[in-house]
Design a protein around this ligand. Structure first.
Ligand code: ZN
Ligand code: FE
Length: 753
């Protein structure tokens, strides 16, 4: 007597070898029926004996394919139809697709063996991949995931590839981007001053020769172009900085292999796991080599491992073992991903282009992560992570959260699943704003959400480009969410904690506050469900020139230091503040173009200025990073006073101590250490005093300031075990996490009904 059941599997289950796996499993259990990629996951229909059906479900749950992530399996009894075999059916479209698109995967070990096996038909073929590896999000043009809806649609499979594609026992069964040198795209080298393009192996050998000669190469990758050069060739790296107009921001490195990575940075076992994880992120770790041009004034290096077959081929062909591999763009533009655009926009930067024919469906940068005081933390969430769902929110309604203007990401919520986009960038730049608009359209159409059904969520800053864009959308329902509350909610959303009452400490550079001033040192009490009340904050300071003061630490300093009596003369040694300081003080005294602020980021800038960082910054957060590095290796000694009383953390004694000790000639590293210890002690005192009457035992830390590992370590040593500390893991603690927090608060808001 035969039984039957239908099964639906949700999660990352398309494009990861799931159907062939189901096929083999069904055959092994002598079951008949079918499997298909449905709009809402993989659908399976099975007939056979009860024990065989049970064995099937058990194995499905316990041994899914390596690249799959199962979120949910539903099993329902069904009527037996008397099918005689098991088949893989074509995909069908019914209602809206909420199936998850897999993030891109690194080339797998089996494909690597074939890549370097001279007898294999795909020997040295840069586009080798299989159902366990290769491109996904960066080739998908639409759902469901099938070859005609990928950027491989213009390369029909030849007989060899087609036979593998049709063979359920083959690793390339239904591998949508599969190709071989005979039927697939190829790579070629384009040199600026030479008309003849060379292909494949010859192109790679020539590219390697150029790299070894200190030249700069644009290399097409998975989600965009990289600029590559020999990391140990100071002249090459300097040339890259000059041509890219990138003065000081650290470059990422790609190491040939783990052994090479270990010669560049100090790697803990957790850091090695992160480096080897399927996202293959850039991992920040303490540097063990001096590569001054790669990361000026920085004790950390960002290193990643090769993840595409092409990158492996380049190293195998003799490229330098450590390459600078940085997003190919002109300063502050998004990463180039279209060939024509790359050839034009990078013409002045790259000496040659290594160009692959397969188009890139959308730009996706490399991700950046580190193992921090509270475990793995993502600083830029992009390739390998996007567009994975990061949280399940309690809402039926589709929702679009457009994030903040710096380090923008967007979040689309469909059927309660929160999909966070790849890193988009700083929307004040026109090209990044264009990328933002594209990504909004892309995600909404990918998941086939109807615009009129959407609830749109934006920051409460009326002048944010993301806000204006959201407000202009022809959609009736919109909700504004305050920036720092969104930071705290992003942590709670990752954990699915809606009712838990916490103390939320939100510290960053800038965000629009309830009172219209620039917030950034905020302490809340509340829950995601009931909202967050601001119970304390950094003492009010001023910001001459508004957000522009973020560019000049001495300008920010004027807005804090004018409140402090008996300061040493800051315009002479050892401070030597430039005239911008006096000009900014003028603005402060006359209250011209001057705004109120409680920004912790600007407080760090002020301390950095007092300790010698008196020039303009060249990337966001630079002065605070510089300050952190200055103090990094010193054991904690004293803490400067940062007293908490009457809902206010008073920075005056803190900054007075910094200024006076510097004037007295104390070692600047010790001063930087005592300042940061003081910050931690102040936050601890504040948390203790607001948590006690509310009987709260959990503290949430979020906001860009918490990228500071030294501060996190200090806070951990003070707060634990009295408090439990929650930080971001799935989304960045910086503004890259804002869209998730916005989505969560909107999903829980009564206005969303
Ligand atoms: Zn593979
Ligand atoms: Fe922020």
């Amino acid at each position: 007597m035969s039984s039957a059941c239908s099964i639906r599997v949700r999660g990352v289950v398309q494009g990861v070898g799931f159907r062939p796996f189901v096929f083999r499993l069904a055959r092994a259990n002598t079951l008949t029926g079918w499997v298909l990629n449905g709009e809402n996951g993989v659908e399976i229909y099975l007939e056979g004996t009860e024990p065989h059906l049970r064995a099937f479900v058990h194995e499905l749950k316990t041994q899914p394919p390596p690249a799959a992530t199962i979120a949910e399996i539903e099993v329902h009894p069904a009527a037996a139809l008397g099918l005689i075999d098991f088949t893989i059916r074509e995909s069908e479209r019914k209602d809206a697709p909420t199936v998850r698109i897999s993030p891109d995967l690194p080339v797998c070990d089996q494909c690597l063996r074939e890549l370097f096996g001279p007898a294999n038909p795909r020997y040295k073929y840069a586009y080798i991949n299989c159902t366990n590896c290769g491109p996904r999000y960066t080739v998908v043009l639409g759902l469901p995931y099938d070859r005609p809806k990928t950027t491989m649609k213009d390369w029909p499979l030849d007989e060899y590839c087609a036979s593998e594609y049709r063979d359920p026992s083959n690793r390339r069964f239904h591998a949508q981007p599969a190709a071989c040198p005979h039927c697939g795209p190829f790579y070629y080298l384009h040199e600026a001053n030479s008309g003849n393009a060379i292909r494949n192996d010859a192109a790679i050998l020539k590219a390697v020769e150029l790299l070894n000669n200190g030249r700069i190469l644009a290399v097409k990758g998975l989600g965009g172009y990289h600029l590559a050069c020999d990391a140990r060739n100071a002249a090459a790296v300097t040339a890259l900085r000059e041509r890219k107009y990138r003065k000081e921001k650290p470059f990422a490195l790609m190491a040939k292999d783990l052994a090479t990575a270990r010669t560049l940075v100090e790697l803990s076992p957790d850091a090695e796991n992160l480096l080897l994880s399927s996202a293959r992120p850039i991992v920040l770790s303490p540097a063990t080599v001096e590569l001054a041009e790669v990361a000026p004034d920085n004790r950390e290096l960002g290193v990643m491992l090769p993840y595409t077959p092409l990158q492996h081929l380049i190293f195998a062909a003799g490229a330098p073992h450590a390459l600078v591999m940085t997003s190919a763009n002109r300063s502050s533009e998004p990463i180039a991903y279209e060939d024509d655009d790359a050839l034009t926009s990078l013409a002045e930067i790259a000496d040659a282009f290594l160009i692959g024919q397969r188009p890139i469906a959308r730009r996706v940068d490399d991700s950046v992560a580190r193992v921090g005081a509270f475990g793995p933390a993502i600083l830029r969430r992009s390739r390998g992570y996007a567009p994975g769902a990061v949280a399940t929110l309690p809402t039926e309604r589709p929702l679009l959260a457009v994030g903040a203007d710096l380090k923008n990401t967007i979040t689309l919520v469909v059927d309660g699943q929160a999909f966070v986009s790849q890193h988009i960038g700083d929307l004040e730049y026109y090209q990044a704003f264009r990328a933002f608009e594209e990504t909004v359209r892309d995600l909404v159409s990918m998941y086939a959400v109807r615009w009129e059904d959407l609830l749109v969520v934006h920051d409460s800053h009326p002048q944010y480009a993301s806000t204006t864009h959201a407000l202009a959308l022809p959609i009736p329902k919109k909700i504004a969410v305050q920036h720092h509350r969104a930071h705290i909610a992003s942590v709670l959303a990752e954990r699915g904690e809606w009712e838990k009452r916490v103390v939320g400490v939100s510290c960053d550079g800038t965000g629009f506050g309830d009172d219209g001033s620039i917030w950034g040192g905020e302490i809340f009490i509340g829950s995601a469900k009931d909202g967050f009340e601001r119970v304390a904050h950094l003492r009010n300071a001023l910001l001459p020139g508004g957000d522009a003061a973020a560019q000049y630490p001495v300008q920010a300093a004027a807005g804090f230091l004018h409140q402090i009596e008996e300061l040493p003369d800051l315009e002479t040694a050892p401070f030597n503040f430039p005239t911008r300081y006096a000009q900014s003080l003028e603005l402060v005294h006359k209250r011209v173009r001057t705004f109120g602020t409680t920004s912790a980021g600007r407080l760090f800038d002020t301390a950095a200025a007092l300790l010698g960082f008196t020039r303009e910054i060249t990337f966001e957060g630079q002065a605070a990073m510089w300050l952190e590095q200055l103090a990094n290796d010193l054991p904690s000694a004293d803490a400067y006073p940062f007293p908490f009383s009457e809902n206010e953390l008073d920075f005056r004694p803190l900054l007075a101590s910094v200024a006076n000790d510097r004037n007295r000639g104390r070692d600047v590293r010790e001063i930087a250490r005592a300042f940061q210890r003081g910050i931690a002690q102040g936050i601890f005192d504040c948390v203790k005093s607001v948590a006690a009457p509310a009987r709260i035992d959990t503290v949430v830390l979020s906001g860009g300031v918490f990228q500071n590992e030294l501060l996190l370590r200090d806070l951990k040593s003070l707060l634990v075990p009295q408090f439990e500390i929650w930080t971001n893991h799935a989304v960045p603690t910086n503004d890259g996490g804002i869209s998730l927090g916005q989505a969560a608060l909107a999903a829980l808001s009564s206005e969303s009904d």
